[in-house]
Design a protein around this ligand. Sequence first.
Ligand SMILES: CC(=O)N[C@H]1[C@@H](OP(=O)(O)OP(=O)(O)OC[C@H]2O[C@@H](n3ccc(=O)[nH]c3=O)[C@H](O)[C@@H]2O)O[C@H](CO)[C@@H](O)[C@@H]1O
Ligand SMILES: C=C(OP(=O)(O)O)C(=O)O
Length: 424
Amino acid sequence: MNTAVLSREKIIINGKAVLKGNIKIGGAKNAALALMSAAIMADGEIILENVPEINDVMVMLEIIRSMGADVAWQEKETLKIKSPEKVNSHPPYNLVKKLRASNLLLGPMLARYGKAKVALPGGCKIGNRPMDLHFKGLCGLGAQLELDRGYIKAEAGGLQGARVYLDFPSVGATENLMMAACLAQGQTVIENVAKEPEIVDLANFLNCLGAKVRGAGTDVIKIQGVDKLSGCSRYCVIPDRIEAGTFMVAAAATGGDVTLENVISTHLEPVSAKLREANVEITEDEDTIRVKAGRPLKPIDIKTMPYPGFPTDLQSQMMAMLTTIPGTSIITENIFENRFQVADELKRLGANIKVEGRLAVIEGVQSLQGTQVKATDLRAGAALVVAALTAAGTTEIYKPDYIYRGYHQFEKKLKQLGADITSL
Ligand SMILES: CC(=O)N[C@H]1[C@@H](OP(=O)(O)OP(=O)(O)OC[C@H]2O[C@@H](n3ccc(=O)[nH]c3=O)[C@H](O)[C@@H]2O)O[C@H](CO)[C@@H](O)[C@@H]1O
Ligand SMILES: C=C(OP(=O)(O)O)C(=O)O
């Protein structure tokens, strides 16, 4: 078990690898972070299993510890959390600014302790990431919120159940409201919610703590408020569909044959569907997926959408794969306007990509050539690794710390599949 934040100057990859073999996928970053936030609402002790030992989790652990929670790794990927009677409702700026998911502390803090002062969250600069829907929803439940010099200040003298309509199915807003509503008085109905598997995981976890949440995974979530939430002797975080999808794309891009263990294949249907369209052979079992790319790959078009659409968190990796598939592929990014930053780095490797607003047109080239590039965000970093694996020669990827935010033992797993990869 490694509980320190991992930091490196660069990742070095000698390309033209063909990935082959089996690897185990870890717990989902975006589920684990939400569950850790929810844990501060509970009265008893919580044991969370399958928690990925990634940098974002290490930061979230420090955040809830700074708020007074008793948090400790019990064994590999198992976290024990006991929230305090009285919380420090002002977690430190230098930790909060590192994470997007720190915005998920707002709902739980308001619900259990009636107040919160949280710096505006950080996370990857993949676009404008407003919090108007979080504000609208929490105000709808009776909270008072204001923005003051980069801090969100919130207060509530007891939240009241209400009907809230989200103008967009935001993952974070759905999660914040769902958590806050668990301890509100009466019923809350949230309409047009996000349907991502991480939302369902959070709802299941909250119910395990004694909450009454119904409808997660559909467009409408109904929550009957309860007086308090208890502990939970064991809850297992769902597998990370984005980590799994990244390895699926890497396997396909390198013409490999890789079996992923510990996945929920239904969560990966949008990814499997697009890879099949690109002529990749996918065989699914309940908890394994085999990706075999024996045949020539075909160009495809991709549009990112809220779940069950194609995930924006896998768009950059797909772009990397498409750079060497002969023909024209078109990607439409509908969620985050800056997710095409990776295109400029892929172009350094010889890719032919034209970006026009929300559209990227990719003309497949014969091969990429290794050079120096830099990760601009978490998934851009993962995409550069995929590209470097296919490239001729050596690629150095700077700023790999972005990658360590969300991938545990990325290099070790890739090595296990036959990649020539190291980091300094
Ligand atoms: C920690 C975590 O779980 N991060 C995920 C979460 O981010 P996050 O929760 O930040 O993403 P959202 O679903 O909230 O954002 C999606 C879209 O909604 C917009 N929006 C969001 C909130 C709001 O109040 N107003 C508003 O307009 C955003 O600008 C964006 O265009 O879902 C994203 C979309 O699947 C993923 O890429 C992130 O990996
Ligand atoms: C955008 C991502 O994460 P975050 O929301 O934590 O910045 C991601 O996981 O790709």
